[in-house]
Design a protein around this ligand. Sequence first.
Ligand code: SF4
Length: 89
Amino acid sequence: MIDLLKRLGLNTYNVDKKSHIEVNTDICLTCKDKPCIVSCPAGTYEADKDGRIIVHYERCLECGGALVICPYHAIKFHFPENGVSYRYG
Ligand code: SF4
């Protein structure tokens, strides 16, 4: 039987050309703790040296966690074309 890592390595992804995540980075400047960064298991959110969020949308697992944890509703999200489109799980 093939092990898990080898099986995961067989997955392929079609990444959209356009991001399915938009962040109001002006709001992020006032967000001290930036919980989106630590809550995302895929490392989708990163802060630049000024404190603005950079989105690596191609890493997104579509769990919706950042939408829930963002205290300022600064994230706009829609399910990507060809995404897995999880709904509650
Ligand atoms: S949690 Fe929301 S407001 Fe704070 S840095 Fe992340 S996206 Fe910006």
